[in-house]
Structure formats: structure tokens, C-alpha cells
Design a protein around this ligand. Structure first.
Ligand code: BDR
Ligand code: CA
Length: 313
């Protein structure tokens, strides 16, 4: 069964790989990409989204979105992880196409309303575009099929602070709106993405299978791999954003728990995702008031990495 999706992204090395999957997988119908700042500024994100689709010879609408967080100032883009150009500082060809005249939020609203109940939103960057779409059309919560968020961390700890994952930390106010909106939502966070390690030999198979796009995926991966080697001491990369698509197409590879999500927006815990399992009583009810969501806590990491590689090889 095909999954019609909008892919909300800040490409970004791991975003680029996920975009390649969305372009390639026969069970995914990529209706459009919406871009946000995050790994890069938003104009670079838009350029990269257009470029990746062109390298795959596909005409996919790209709508530009959030340039900064809703409330707090924007942190500098992490050029040491993704490169200043978001794709490992490799030389990139120019793009021919242009972004949509519509904003990312408007694109989401229009596309979901055109196919109510069918469209999944896959969000793998800071969540300002989804928050803005909800503001434009609050009834979206009943019209999307589901929302899959790569972001957050429950037991794993953070990657940009001791407790916060980057996408949530980058815009905690937007994340609070999106994760507590009450739409069918799955969180695919560091608890599972850190269990998936894509090795250089997997990447060699992907490079061989992806033509011109493969050169960009492999070149940028080499840069990203250096970061993982230095920071985590692993030989390989965590394909965070591809895991959201793995969940979409192969949910049986994950285990999840249902419960209430909240996001800390201030103080030392800023950007932390807080999970209160369903039907569990705490000293006060306040953590259990938000709508229920599903949170991935376990994964067959080897199987996910194999799925990614087979999809692209
Ligand atoms: C997330 O942060 C970004 O740097 C990656 O692209 C991914 O979406 C991982 O924390
Ligand atoms: Ca991302």
C-alpha cells in the first residue's frame, strides 16, 4: 500500500538519505517537501531539497518554511556535523527548479485538505512548519492520517544537551504544540535511532545504487562519519531521519509504548521530551493531561539499517 507523505526536513546529511528513500521506495508517494532551518539555514535547506529531487530526476514540489524558532533566538547551524552547505561541504551542482510560491505551512494545509485522512506528515527537523500549519487550520488534527516525528528522547538522554534532542531543542515551543496537538502521532527519537548504525560497507552499497544522488549521499556521509567517530567512537552514522520512514513502512521493526508527551520549553531541561505512560498514576495528574501518543522505545537496529540499504542499493 502506498503511503502519501509530506516530508518536512532540514537537509542535512541524514535528511538527504531519508529524502532518497522517500524518492525511491515504491510504497511511498512523496507529495512534497517542506523545509525548515535546523541543520542549515532555510534557504540552504530549500536548495538542498530541490537538488536532491533533481538528482533523482523527479519533480517534487518544495515549499519553504520556518527560518527561525517561534520564541527563542536561533542557534548557529551545526556546520561541524553537516558541513556549511548541509551536505558535508562537497561540491554541489546548481539547481534548476524553484520553491513553491506557497509557504510550507500553507502547502501542508492545502495538501492534507485535498486528501483528508490519507496524508502522513513525516517531520525530521525543528517543528515550526507543523506548528504553523496547525495555527492556519486547527482541524488538521482530524484530517492527517498520522504524524511521524523524528525527534526527542525518553530514556536515551540528549544529543545537544544532557536531556534534549536537536530537533526538539531547536524549537521547543513548536515541539510542545506539535507533540500535544492530539493528532495521531508517533515519536521516533534517539531511543531507537541510536540503536541503528549505518556502516561504511552499507554506504558503499547505497553509493553504488543511487547514481548521481549516490555521489552526494556518500560524499556527505564521509563528513558526517568523522563526527560520529570523534563524538561517539563508532564507525558509522545513525540514520536518524531514515528511521522515521522505516517506521512508516516497516512498523513491525519497532516496539512502542502509548502515553502522554510534554516538552520542557525553558530552563536547564529546555527541549526535553517527557513521557508519562498511559494509565500510570503519578503524584499529580499534570503530566498525563496531554493527548495520547505512541513513542518508539525499542527497535531491531540491524533490520532497519538493512531496510535502508536495500531500499537504496
Ligand atoms: C536530528 O537532528 C538533526 O541534526 C538530524 O538531521 C536529525 O533530524 C537528530 O537529532
Ligand atoms: Ca533532520
Amino acid at each position: 500500500m502506498a503511503h502519501p507523505i509530506i516530508f518536512d526536513t532540514d537537509p542535512g546529511v541524514d535528511d538527504a538519505q531519508a529524502i532518497a528513500i522517500a524518492l525511491a521506495h515504491p510504497d511511498i508517494e512523496l507529495l512534497g517537501m517542506t523545509t525548515t532551518y535546523g541543520n542549515v539555514d532555510v534557504t540552504t535547506a530549500t536548495h538542498n531539497a530541490l537538488l536532491l529531487a533533481e538528482l533523482a530526476d523527479q519533480a517534487i514540489p518544495v515549499a519553504q518554511g520556518a527560518a527561525a524558532p517561534m520564541v527563542k533566538p536561533r542557534h548557529p547551524a551545526p556546520a561541524h556535523i553537516h558541513g556549511a552547505n548541509g551536505l558535508g561541504d562537497i561540491d554541489l551542482p546548481g539547481v534548476r527548479g524553484q520553491a513553491e510560491p506557497r509557504s510550507a505551512a500553507q502547502f501542508i494545509v492545502d495538501t492534507v485538505n485535498a486528501r483528508p485522512g490519507e496524508v502522513s506528515l513525516i517531520a525530521v527537523g525543528p517543528l515550526g512548519n507543523l506548528a504553523a500549519a496547525l495555527q492556519l487550520d486547527p482541524a488538521l488534527i482530524d484530517k492527517v492520517k498520522q504524524v511521524v516525528v523524528m525527534g526527542g528522547s525518553i530514556k536515551e538522554g540528549g544529543n545537544v544537551t544532557p536531556v534534549a534532542e536537536a530537533n526538539i531543542f531547536n524549537d521547543p515551543h513548536a515541539a510542545a504544540r506539535v507533540l500535544t496537538a492530539g493528532w495521531p502521532l508517533v515519536m521516533v527519537g534517539l531511543d531507537v535511532t541510536h540503536r541503528c548504525v549505518l556502516s561504511p560497507s552499507h554506504m558503499a552499497r547505497i553509493e553504488a545504487g543511487q547514481g548521481k544522488l549516490g555521489d552526494v549521499l556518500a560524499g556527505s556521509y564521509a563528513f558526517y562519519r568523522d563526527f560520529y567517530q570523534e563524538m561517539l567512537g563508532i564507525d558509522g552514522c545513525c540514520p536518524h531521519d531514515s528511521c522515521a520512514l522505516a517506521w512508516l513502512v516497516r512498523p513491525e521493526l519497532f516496539t512502542s509504548q502509548r502515553g502522554h508527551l510534554n516538552v520542557a520549553t525553558e530552563g536547564d531541561a529546555e527541549g526535553q521530551t517527557i513521557f508519562a505512560p498511559e494509565n500510570r498514576a503519578f503524584i499529580e495528574p499534570r503530566w498525563s493531561r496531554s493527548p495520547l501518543a505512541d513513542v518508539c522505545l525499542g527497535v531491531d537496529g540491524d533490520a532497519v539499517v538493512e531496510w535502508i540499504t536495500e531500499t537504496l542499493a
